[in-house]
Design a protein. Structure first.
Length: 298
């Protein structure tokens, strides 16, 4: 049993440092390069929260150029136990209207140009990902959004596209035919990397538009998206406060906490030392065991 430490990946407008107790911006170096922006940590209702602005200060990074590995790595280095992503999304379903919140439970990955794993160059691992979203954290986040006053949808399949362009109309109709309900550009490889780092991951999406399937002439308008995001910023902040208040006093263990136990396929004797060193945070449990055994045998 241990306490909660919630990592939040989202826009910088999701938190007001003045609303956090013990708020501070901390420098955190990653073995996988520079994270998107400053790491801000503090407490909400006595619970530790650590924030990373996904697109950097001033939204300077496109979805393709976000360093997803570094973002997840620095959260793990900060001692985060669970990760909540809060993202703007487009709707592919009539009932998921702009302004609504969606607790996503499945993801289709259509991204093509991003580093999608911490493993593979010297140490290979294959983590299970049938259910990319943690049901416990997702339910807690959904309950918090509902309590904050959001119109909430529990469950929805998110299709992650490369971007930065929005979909063509044909693509939008195709994704609907696949059974996707919402669309965005950032859930992957974020969810994959969180799983590899043994961090339960949930995604709370804020619907900003209907993509381009709904109307024969309408297109996605960034101005409209930003207006909806601004309108939902206070609701998102209230959701985080409600989440902090609703968390059990102790965090029961999750199966995701130890998912690497049977995922690393490279025999330890064949691990590349440099690759193993880079995994000191995301696979710290395993790497430290190997290091300690090596020190003992000498």
């Amino acid at each position: 049993m241990a306490g909660w430490h919630i990592g939040v990946i989202g826009g910088s407008g999701l938190y007001d440092p003045g609303a956090l107790d013990e708020a501070q911006e901390i420098p955190v170096a990653s073995a996988f390069g520079e994270p998107s922006g400053p790491v801000v940590t503090g407490r909400l209702g006595g619970v530790r929260f650590t924030f990373v602005a996904r697109h950097g200060a001033g939204h300077r990074l496109s979805p393709t150029h976000v360093n997803y590995r570094a973002n997840v790595d620095v959260l793990k280095r900060c001692g985060v136990t669970d990760v909540l992503a809060i993202s703007a999304i487009g709707s592919l379903a009539e009932d998921m209207a702009p302004g609504h919140f969606v607790a996503v439970d499945q993801i289709i990955d259509r991204t093509t140009r991003r580093e999608g794993s911490f493993f593979g160059n010297g140490v290979v691992a294959h983590v299970p990902l049938a259910d990319p979203v943690c049901p416990r954290l997702s339910a807690l986040a959904a309950d918090a959004a509902k309590a904050a006053g959001a119109t909430l949808h529990r469950g929805g399949t998110y299709v992650a596209i490369e971007g930065p362009q929005f979909s063509t109309r044909a693509e939008s109709h195709l994704y609907r035919s696949w059974g996707a309900q919402v669309i965005g550009m950032t859930a992957m490889p974020e969810a994959r990397l969180a799983r590899e780092a043994e961090l339960p991951y949930a995604l709370l999406g804020m619907v900003t538009d209907y993509d381009c399937w709904r109307d024969a002439t309408a297109d996605v308008d960034v101005t409209d998206i930003l207006a909806v995001m601004r309108a939902n910023a206070d609701l998102a902040q209230t959701t985080l406060a409600r989440l902090a208040a609703s968390l059990p006093g102790e965090r029961a263990a999750s199966p995701i906490d130890t998912v690497l136990d049977h995922a690393i396929i490279t025999p330890r004797d064949n691990w590349d030392p440099a690759a193993a060193a880079r995994l000191d945070a995301v696979a710290g449990r395993i790497v430290s065991v190997v290091s300690n055994r090596g020190a003992t045998s000498e």
